[in-house]
Design a protein around this ligand. Structure first.
Ligand SMILES: Cc1ncc(COP(=O)(O)O)c(C=O)c1O
Length: 460
């Protein structure tokens, strides 16, 4: 590991409070709690904070460090590319070498007709690209009235104006007067909350039917696309019931609506396939990718686009007037290319599907599912959730709901485990290099944190 510099952490905390506004945070709490948690270095699946704590990172940063921390290969490739060409843009029919090679590599992984790639810098930007691309496509195709997007409540598609509007998080819509017009939100396939005790097939049909009903209510000739995450990550690791995605695909095809798969979390091995749509056996027209594309080592995202869409853009003779200065950045693209090579050479996708994913599912089922505070454990590949309930056998929450998750999460962090609380569930999405012993540590720590929190939860 690199030699870690000797930081003056108390002084950094003061500077943090004085000048730094962290993302998705309460700035009152930042000051009240004396500044942010400062992470100084990391190796494998473990991060270290400035106070000397080792924390097993069951969130892979923010669902992204798929190959784990401390990869010298990625450092080397970045340094080499910086020396050769640190930047040039890809505007106005220009390119540099790494994004061309990366686009071809991604096209090979996507397969089928998904043979074109538009780069961006973040998942949010990719979904903004989707927003403009889809409407531009329909307009160029001679159906300019097809402008409406259908998305789901509690979906997360990013934090820019368009991507947060596509998302279905009500609390994000409150700030900034969102959503923008032309976006319809329908029910999510969250069985534990919205279909508790319901037959999974009946629930899958009901959740898919909500999409068709909305298409008919809006008017099929006005609907441009449906966008969804294969597994809703930030919404609480919502794994749809079997058959749901096939039904959604069939509905999109029936009305000629584009299907957009937001693979920002699910892509690059998380579900045990390169992409989530491959796990569910459906074929989208557009795919958003980010996070695991570079394992978070540098910002980069990509929007995969089908041949049929590109044919229309080509035939139009018009420019697609969209792009960001740093999209297709040569250093980020070179790192992403090497990152994909690591995932491939180390068989991390197969390992997730056949080894660590099933091991996590078994550990959750055997060591947590029976816990008196646990309503359900669920996982697919290396993404999982633990639902905390007040009464075993029900989905009843402690108090008004939403407070139990953060309490147990903090108890996990205090015991050296980073998980995230989404309302009253704990979610995890560890690096794809996680070991069996580390998975044991995740599950045992959650069990200990639940035990230690029992009295506080009962008092809610
Ligand atoms: C499914 C999904 N889409 C889009 C985004 C937005 O990505 P970014 O934060 O890189 O803008 C996220 C981020 O968590 C996500 O989970």
């Amino acid at each position: 590991m690199v030699t870690v510099r000797n930081y003056d952490i108390p002084a950094l905390r003061q500077l943090d409070m004085a000048h730094h506004l962290p993302a998705q945070s309460s700035y009152g709490l930042q000051v009240e709690l004396g500044g942010s948690r400062i992470i100084t270095h990391a190796k494998g699946s473990t991060v270290f904070d400035g106070d000397g704590h080792a924390i097993l990172d069951a969130m892979a940063g923010l669902w992204c460090v798929n190959v784990g921390y401390g990869r010298p290969e990625l450092v080397e490739v970045a340094a080499r590319q910086m020396e050769e060409l640190p930047f040039y843009n890809t505007f106005f029919r220009t390119a540099t070498v790494p994004p061309i090679e990366l686009a071809a590599r991604i096209a090979g992984l996507l397969g089928g007709d998904l043979q074109h790639v538009f780069f961006n810098n973040s998942g949010s930007e990719s979904n903004d690209t989707v927003f403009r691309l889809v409407r531009t496509y329909w307009s160029m195709k001679g159906e300019p009235d097809r402008t409406v997007f259908i998305s789901r409540h509690n979906a997360y598609h990013g934090s820019t104006v368009a991507s947060a509007s596509l998302g279905g998080m009500d609390y994000m819509h409150v700030q900034g007067g969102l959503p923008i017009p032309g976006i319809e939100h329908v029910m999510q396939p969250y069985a534990f909350a919205d279909g508790f005790g319901e037959d999974p097939e009946v629930f899958a049909t009901r959740a898919a039917q909500a999409i068709e009903d909305r298409i008919l209510a809006v008017g099929p000739e006005k609907v441009a696309a449906f966008i969804g995450e294969p597994v809703q990550g930030a919404g609480g690791v919502i794994i749809p019931p079997p058959g749901y995605w096939q039904k959604v695909e069939a509905i999109c095809r029936k009305y000629g609506i584009l299907l957009v798969s937001d693979e920002v979390i699910c892509g690059f091995g998380r579900l045990g396939q390169w992409f989530g749509f491959q796990h569910y056996g459906v074929t989208p027209d557009i795919v958003s990718m980010a996070k695991g594309l570079s394992s978070g080592y540098l910002p980069i995202s990509a929007t995969g686009v089908s041949r049929q869409i590109v044919d229309v853009l080509r035939a139009s003779g018009e420019d697609f007037v969209h792009g960001f200065t740093y999209l297709g950045h040569p250093v980020s693209a070179a790192v992403a290319l090497r990152n994909i090579q690591i995932i491939d050479e180390e068989h991390l996708v197969r390992r997730t599907r056949e080894d660590t994913g099933p091991y996590l599912a078994q550990a959750l089922a055997e060591r947590l599912a029976d816990h008196p505070l646990v309503g359900e454990t669920r996982s697919l590949g290396l993404i999982g959730a633990v639902e905390i309930v007040a009464e075993k056998g029900t989905n009843r929450r402690h108090g008004a709901g939403g407070q139990a998750g953060p309490i147990v999460r903090d108890a996990c962090i205090a015991r050296g485990l980073m998980v995230r609380a989404i309302r009253d569930s704990l979610v995890m999405s560890p690096p794809l290099v996680i070991t069996h012993a580390e998975i044991d540590q995740i599950v045992d720590t959650i069990a200990a944190a639940l035990d230690a929190s029992a009295d506080r939860l009962a008092a809610l």
